[in-house]
Design a protein. Structure first.
Length: 670
């Protein structure tokens, strides 16, 4: 019978053969050019400027290590390219002697042409650094049509040039330089990668350079750009050095605004290495509480911006919350036990910078810090200083406590109103969702959440994985109506949209009242595949058009379920996509045999897996969906939604034509 089954299989043509010749081995820096998104997050404007940040971070690492005190940045207008950027420092200079592992190659050439090479792995050359993967400058080299490196060491100048990751000259001696030391890197981003229209934004680079000077008081950074790039926001030349560090930056940011406290809360704390290998590092912070502000938060690790925060942010939140509660106990204010971290930081201007050994980030782009020791270090550093800040001037402490408790009262009032409305709606016969909405009890101490789940199968897993006190589940049938291309009558007649609107309880369009929203978070949880992304896009379009206020206030989130489960022995990990899977195999498992399981959908995950990876607040990862506050920003988003989701198919066709070149031919063939 088995033979009969094989006889029924279709014959495989020669063109479809799959043998050893089909297996590619990418060598050198070829993986970077083939998949730049794995290393710099894409090929857009943000990724282009990420190259500049990588080179500047290397120079900053020399300064933080105490070997350099001056950095120079020079931006030139290179015709036909994004521009020519030169960054130099007066540090030790990249080693130029022969590398022991690569006979005939200098250490400089190895660093520029080999992934995961550098002096920041062992901790001997740098106590703390931003470059930890050894891919920064080699990735810059791989994605540049020209890279020229000059190194001044021992009063000799050495130079070598590269193109697209390969050396085009040998390492040459360029003369005697008795008064020069350090490294100079000049590069021109490759138009084959970033496109012919890509350009460095002088204002963006200028702000980047300026912010780096704030992060380390011991460095002087000199800025220079070509006359053709000068504007009202970008001078031809500037010198940055800020002895006060983050405190200087904050003072400028809140200048002229009235704050709750007359002076900001600013300070720093060094942690020397202990005799038994305890963590060493440094924490610096500056915080102000303006009376009228939406707030802004700047988080850094080893001078690297971490816009998504991370463990250092968690440490700060814990220190401030515990500190204000302790002060309230000191003065006999019992209600302060209900103060939450968001009451402490909402509307505040926060800058936090940490320096730690061997930092761990969520990805190569380093948007989020995950090092557990950072939370402990920040909390230990900030807590004691904050206690003194509050008690050294009791009136200042009382003023801050009063402002925080006002926010607490407002938060609790809004929560109570939503709770009453949610319970009323749940118990009402008018709510036609008895078999679909699985509501939460609302008796937990955490915030309430509604998970919009794709399909009944995933809904069943989600119901078993949820926290019954705070998490509600609403399954929907596949792809909902595209509201951007539907008439108002069709939208009103759609049952899925009607059910969703009833569950949320805040109304739609002109009747939308974000204060009436019955849940604190609306979490779109779909499969980690193309269909799931399509459903999530339709839901985001719905919220943008029908309930813009709840999007603007940050109530809407995207869940991040994994696509793969990787197992090797007793070790397992989850990967959100193919790139993350490759990164885990390369770093976490390091060549071990790995069993890879692919989740075809949320319904295939057992409740424990779904809870651990996607639903439990302590271990999940969410993406918050927001709108730009300014009118022009919202107009740009509306234009994009109309073009991609609206009634005119020609707009979508044009978008696909313009972006067709960005598609991966291998994925198309698959």
């Amino acid at each position: 019978m088995a033979d009969d089954l094989f006889d029924k299989l279709p014959a495989t043509s020669a063109s479809e053969s799959y043998d050893g010749s089909a297996i590619e081995v990418l060598e050198g820096l070829e993986p970077v050019r083939r998949r730049p998104g794995m290393y710099i997050g894409g090929t857009d404007e943000r990724a282009l400027h990420h190259l500049a940040a990588e080179v500047l971070d290397n120079a900053m690492d020399e300064a933080v290590a105490g070997h350099a005190n001056r950095i120079e940045v020079y931006l030139e207008d290179e015709p036909g390219s994004a521009g020519r950027l030169t960054i130099s420092d007066n540090g030790r200079g990249i080693p130029v002697d022969e590398h022991p592992k690569y006979p005939g190659k200098s250490a400089l050439e190895v660093i520029l042409t080999t992934l995961h090479s550098g002096g920041k792995f062992s901790g001997k050359a740098y106590a703390t650094s931003g470059g930890l993967h050894g891919v920064g400058v080699s990735v810059v080299n791989a994605l540049s049509s020209l890279t020229r490196v000059e190194v001044a060491r021992n009063k000799e100048l050495y130079a070598q040039e590269f193109s697209r990751g390969l050396p085009t000259t040998k390492l040459l001696k360029a003369g005697n330089v008795p008064n020069r030391r350090g490294t100079q890197v000049t590069f021109v981003p490759d138009t084959e990668i970033f496109g012919a229209d890509a350009k460095f934004k002088p204002a963006r680079l200028f702000r980047l350079v300026r912010s780096k000077a704030y992060l380390f008081a011991g460095v002087e950074i000199r800025w220079k750009c070509a006359p053709t790039l000068v504007s009202d926001d970008v001078p031809a030349e500037a010198v940055f050095q800020f002895p006060g560090g983050l405190a200087d930056h904050l003072a400028e940011q809140v200048s002229g605004r009235e704050c709750v406290t007359s002076v900001p809360f600013a300070g720093s704390q060094d942690f020397p290495a202990g005799p038994e290998g305890q963590e060493m590092g440094r924490v610096e912070w500056a915080i102000a509480w303006p009376l009228w502000s939406d707030g802004s938060y700047s988080w850094y690790c080893n001078t690297i911006p971490t816009p998504d925060g991370g463990t250092h942010e968690q440490g700060l939140r814990a220190a401030l919350t515990k500190g204000i509660r302790a002060f309230a106990d000191l003065i006999g204010q019992k209600k302060a036990k209900d103060i939450a971290p968001e009451d402490m930081i909402t509307g505040s201007e926060i800058m936090l910078s940490v320096f730690v050994r061997d930092p761990q980030f969520q990805s190569q782009t380093k948007d989020r810090l995950t090092s557990p020791e950072a939370a402990r270090m920040v909390e230990a550093a900030v807590r004691d200083h904050f206690d003194h800040f509050l008690t050294d001037n009791m009136e200042r402490g009382r003023a801050l406590l009063g402002a925080v408790m006002e926010r607490m009262d407002d938060r609790l009032r809004r929560k109570a109103e939503r709770e009453v409305k949610r319970k009323t709606a749940t118990n009402s016969r008018k709510l036609r969702l008895p078999g679909k909405l699985t509501d939460c009890t609302g008796e937990g101490s955490g915030e309430t959440e509604l998970f919009i789940v794709e399909g009944d199968s995933a809904g069943g897993s989600a119901k078993m994985a949820r926290d019954r006190k705070t998490q509600a589940i609403l399954p929907i049938r596949g792809k909902i109506l595209n509201v951007a291309s539907a008439s108002a009558d069709k939208i009103r007649a759609n049952q899925e949209i009607a059910d969703l609107a009833l569950a949320l309880g805040c109304g739609m369009r002109k009747d939308c009242n974000a204060d009436a929203l019955r849940y604190d978070r609306i979490i779109i949880m779909t499969d980690a595949d193309v269909d799931g992304a399509h459903i999530a896009t339709l839901l985001m379009t719905f919220f943008f058009q029908e309930m813009p206020d709840i999007v603007r206030r940050g109530h809407v989130y995207l869940a991040q379920p994994p696509l793969y489960r990787l197992t090797s022995g007793s070790t397992s990990a989850y990967a959100k996509d193919e790139a993350h899977r490759a990164e885990l195999e390369r770093t976490k498992f390091k060549g071990k045999k790995v069993d890879v399981g692919r989740f075809k959908g949320l319904g295939e995950m057992n409740p424990n897996q779904l809870r651990e990876t996607t639903m439990a607040p302590a271990t999940r990862s969410l993406i918050r969906i927001t709108l730009p506050p300014e009118y022009e920003g919202r107009a740009a988003v509306k234009d994009l939604v109309d073009r991609l989701m609206g009634r005119d198919p020609a707009q979508r066709f044009m978008f696909i034509q313009n972006r067709a070149g960005e598609l991966d031919p291998e994925l198309i063939d698959a």
